[in-house]
Design a protein around this ligand. Structure first.
Ligand code: HAX
Length: 436
């Protein structure tokens, strides 16, 4: 058994026993109340699931096993570059410990050895029209790899409940290992006439991804390491993580669960916002006739967008009430490497202009930028300007957190998720009864 799996087994067995004991003694403890506005309001803030890998605070933002993004930048191994390796974050999310350089190198080797993508996945992709949105391609490619699921195979052979975590762990590792190859294949077939680039097995996971996409710039490689680290997880309630959690609770395998998550990520209120932001910016500079618009020009454009009944992509959040630390991490990267870039300058002007305008509407709970408002400007700078692909990048990263969390769900014996729905008629009658 490998060292990471051994650690996970030890920790999850202990935690499972603790949870059992806690529920036996405190299972009836009330942890909150549910208001009618929450029932109709997308279940905001209702505690309904246990998700071990990260936690989100409205003010502080994301913490991965207690560590903020600036702390991770200090503590996680950086390999041959300057930014944290996503391998280190995966290790941390899975077992709660900052790994050593050696442990991270071991994990890179594991993922290289598991990175073979089945031939039929490429056949599935090649059967799709070339202009199929990359997120549709990504979703289908992941679904097609479920033919290789260890979990499904072992379940059909009669695996016991105590082994669910083990089969999930194997699928999780294989899925992560394969995703860069799948995503790069989609990118090269969609935008580079199918001129594919073979993997370089000497590189770390994110560097190999950058290489297969076709980028040689070292700073871009470091950007990929950072990008893959900061997009990986955002606690369990966000739409993509929650979708995977829900699907997996039926014991559907990790591939099908993660493909479902990618369906959620492909929505413009969630991960697709990264493509929408850059589309918005490019349309704006085109309409204003300058790549160096003034703050006044931007303000007018933003107001006209709102007046047309549209949202400002890249702003607002269902939980956060401060600028997203993932936005800040990308801003710090831009300040170091590309502060004179015109589109980056526009992103920074929007950061000044948009919050007071959204605030003035009196209904937007969080007027600050989220993760998606900065990423496009960075990618475009290095020549990755095919913005329909941006959400796939997000998806590759999101796998790290989601599948680590699925390992925990299966190890702790998480139940089939089944919340209660009500009808509007029920709500009206309930309110009337209360009033009486
Ligand atoms: N522009 C205009 N209006 C906005 C807005 C924005 N950026 N953000 C929120 N609002 C509006 C909402 O549409 C809502 O209006 P109505 O009452 O008329 O329906 C009102 O303000 C209250 O919304 P809220 O409670 O502040 O926000 P929600 O929790 O309902 O929604 C969203 C959160 C992220 C969906 C929302 O802020 C939004 O649509 N933002 C733009 C899209 C975006 O950037 N999405 C990416 C989010 C981060 C993420 O998941 N990345 O993957």
């Amino acid at each position: 058994m490998n060292v990471l799996k051994e650690k996970f087994k030890e920790q999850s067995t202990a935690l499972k026993a603790e949870v059992r004991a806690m529920l036996k003694e405190h299972g009836d403890t009330v942890v909150g109340e549910v208001k009618l506005s929450q029932v109709f309001g997308g279940a905001r803030g209702i505690k309904t699931m246990v998700y071990e890998t990260s936690e989100l605070d409205a003010q502080d933002g994301i913490r991965f096993r207690g560590y903020s993004i600036p702390e991770l930048k200090e503590l996680l191994p950086t390999g041959d570059g300057k930014e944290p390796l996503p391998e280190g974050l995966f290790w941390l999310m899975l077992v709660g410990e900052i790994p050593t350089e050696e442990e991270v190198r071991w994990l890179t080797g594991q993922w290289i050895s598991r990175s073979h993508v089945p031939e039929h996945t490429f056949t599935v992709l090649d059967a799709l029209p070339i202009d199929t949105h990359p997120m549709i391609q990504f979703n289908l490619a992941i679904t097609s790899m479920a033919t290789d699921s260890c979990f499904s195979k072992r379940y059909s052979e009669g695996m016991s409940k105590g082994e669910y975590w083990d089969a999930t762990f194997e699928d999780a590792m294989n899925l992560i290992a394969r995703l860069p190859r799948v995503a790069a294949y989609i990118y090269r077939r969609s935008y580079h006439n199918g001129d594919h680039i073979a993997p370089d097995l000497t590189l770390d996971w994110a560097a190999n991804f950058a290489h297969m996409l076709g980028f040689k710039d070292e700073t871009f490689t470091d950007l990929m390491r950072l990008y893959m680290t900061i997009h990986a997880d955002h606690e369990g309630g966000n739409a993509s993580a929650h979708t995977a959690f829900l699907i997996n609770s039926t014991l559907a395998d990790p591939y099908l669960s993660f493909a479902g998550a990618m369906g959620s990520l492909a929505g413009p209120l969630h991960g697709l916002a990264n493509q929408e932001v850059i589309k918005f910016i490019l349309k704006m500079v085109d309409a204003l006739g300058t790549r160096n618009p003034s703050e006044e020009q931007i303000a007018e454009y933003v107001k006209s967008t709102l007046a047309a009944g549209k949202v400002i992509p890249g702003y607002g959040h269902a939980v956060l009430r401060q600028p997203d630390p993932r936005f800040t991490a990308q801003k710090v990267f831009a300040e170091e490497h590309l502060q004179d870039d015109e589109i980056v300058q526009v992103v920074w002007k929007l950061f000044k202009v948009v919050p007071p305008i959204l605030d003035s509407l009196g209904k937007v709970k969080n007027p600050w930028p989220n993760v998606d408002s900065h990423s496009g400007a960075l990618l475009i700078h290095y020549g990755l300007d095919q913005y329909s692909f941006y959400t796939v990048l997000f998806g590759v990263s999101r796998a790290l957190g989601v599948v680590a969390a699925l390992c925990w769900s299966r190890a702790l014996g998480g139940p089939l998720e089944r919340p209660k729905s009500v009808t509007t008629k029920w709500a009206k009658e309930f309110v009337a009864k209360k009033k009486a």
